[in-house]
Design a binder for this molecule. Structure first.
Ligand code: FAD
Length: 383
């Protein structure tokens, strides 16, 4: 039985970008439906969960035991040989610099915040397409618990992650080059000492095109992982992670660890989409490539993008203006002003590093860039 309901906004995808967009739009008085195809948000986990305190603050999310796995106090950046730059912010501040969060709990927490702000949430609901109408509204075709259903709305927010279909529906160029897609693998392990710092290893030998990491996870657990660009290595992420764990300067430290969980996924180390809006559609988060192209971090930018998108919709919808691509371009412009220009600059820095043909020189530049990125004086600290 096909049913039509009316919402100002339908948000597809309840990751950090979607639930934040939905919450902020609802707080501004809009009728919002948030749908996600998963029956358990954030699962299977495809993320290390490192997020800064600043990012949570900006998004109005109070860090708490519900989703925090462990607090983070700084960084250690290593070069290929294990020479380290340590930025321990315990020297500068008493409170944590950030957290490693449990993405299952974190995504559920953000969705609950949205629900409490008045958003209607439908899980196990797959968005399949849409039909535009003469009056400027659209019907969104959903499959809810296996049954077709459609809802009428004015704007669809594509917060549907790296493989965004919403962007494709709107004819946006969401294709990502393989040379800019990091293939990531991480293991949750135990029996390894960590000290409240995110440890990051640069170097083609260990992670061609990306970097390796060792993050504390709390309760004696840690995450060890890496991301590689498959166009510059004939080995997969699994091979590189074994090689890193067995042969790098971390081998001794990792030799007794037990593997408790295997997680993986893709991270776009790409430029933000040049066009992030179409008629009746805006994109946010990974769907729009709102990912830091140097660190691969996308939680902060998803939360921040969600605030920008939700605030824009709160201003736009009450005007009654037809949501054409041209009218929605204001969202993209706001995003560029608040975040996007800095992300474009990071993309240019990253591209320039990987243009370097000499591997030792490239390794050195990546190491220097990552080490300075995490310094208290970095101009990019808020990206
Ligand atoms: C291995 C790995 C480690 C990472 N570690 C970090 C880290 O430590 N820190 C950090 O900041 N970032 C990290 N990232 C990146 C981060 O996970 C993403 O950038 C972030 O999750 C993007 O949020 P999002 O809301 O845009 O998309 P997602 O979190 O991907 O959410 C998209 C949602 O859309 C839903 N969806 C998709 N299609 C549909 C559809 N048709 N209908 C309904 N629902 C749909 C999905 O089910 C999903 O819930 C990591 C990524 C990987 C792969």
């Amino acid at each position: 039985m096909v049913q039509t309901v009316e919402y100002d906004v339908v948000v597809v995808g309840s990751g950090p970008a979607g639930s934040t967009t939905a919450r902020v739009a609802a707080e501004r008085g809009l009728r919002v439906l948030l749908v996600d195809r998963r029956q358990e948000l954030g699962s299977p986990i495809q993320c290390s969960g490192a997020v800064s305190d600043n990012a949570l603050n900006e998004a109005g999310v109070r860090p708490n035991d519900e989703f925090v796995s462990t607090p983070i106090y700084g960084f250690v950046t290593y070069d290929t040989h294990g020479n380290a730059t340590t930025m321990d912010y315990r020297l500068y501040r008493e409170t944590p610099l950030g957290y490693v969060v449990d993405r299952r709990r974190f995504d559920r927490y953000l969705m609950t915040m949205a629900e409490r702000a008045g958003v209607e949430v439908w899980l196990k609901t797959d968005a399949k397409g849409y039909t535009p109408h003469e009056d400027g509204t659209v019907d969104v075709h959903l499959n809810r618990f296996g049954f077709p259903q459609q809802v009428r709305t004015r704007v669809i927010v594509g917060a549907d992650g790296l493989q965004s279909q919403v962007g494709k529906w709107g004819g946006l160029r969401t294709h990502i080059k393989l040379s800019e897609l990091a293939s990531c693998l991480q293991l949750v392990i135990d029996h390894v000492e960590t000290d409240g710092l995110l440890e990051i290893v640069a170097g083609h030998e260990w992670a061609p095109g990306g970097y390796a990491w060792l993050f504390p996870k709390g309760h004696g657990y840690a995450e060890v992982g890496l991301g590689v660009i498959r166009t510059i290595t004939d080995k997969d992420a699994r091979w590189h992670l074994d090689h890193f764990m067995q042969n790098s300067f971390m081998a001794e430290r990792l030799k007794n660890c037990r593997i408790l969980e295997v997680q993986g996924g893709g991270v776009p180390l790409a430029a933000p989409l040049k066009k992030q809006v179409a008629d009746n559609i805006i994109l946010v988060g990974d769907a729009a490539r709102h990912v830091n192209p140097i660190t691969g971090g996308g939680i902060h930018t998803a939360l921040r993008g969600g605030i920008i998108a939700g605030t824009f919709l709160g201003d736009f919808i009450p005007t009654g203006e037809r949501p054409t691509a041209e009218a929605l371009t204001c969202y993209h412009e706001r995003w560029l002003d608040e975040l996007g220009h800095a992300m474009w600059k990071l993309y240019e820095i990253k591209t320039d590093i990987f243009r370097e043909q000499s591997i030792p020189r490239r390794d050195q530049r990546l190491y220097d860039t990552l080490a300075s990125y995490f310094s208290p004086h970095s101009e990019f600290r808020k990206v």
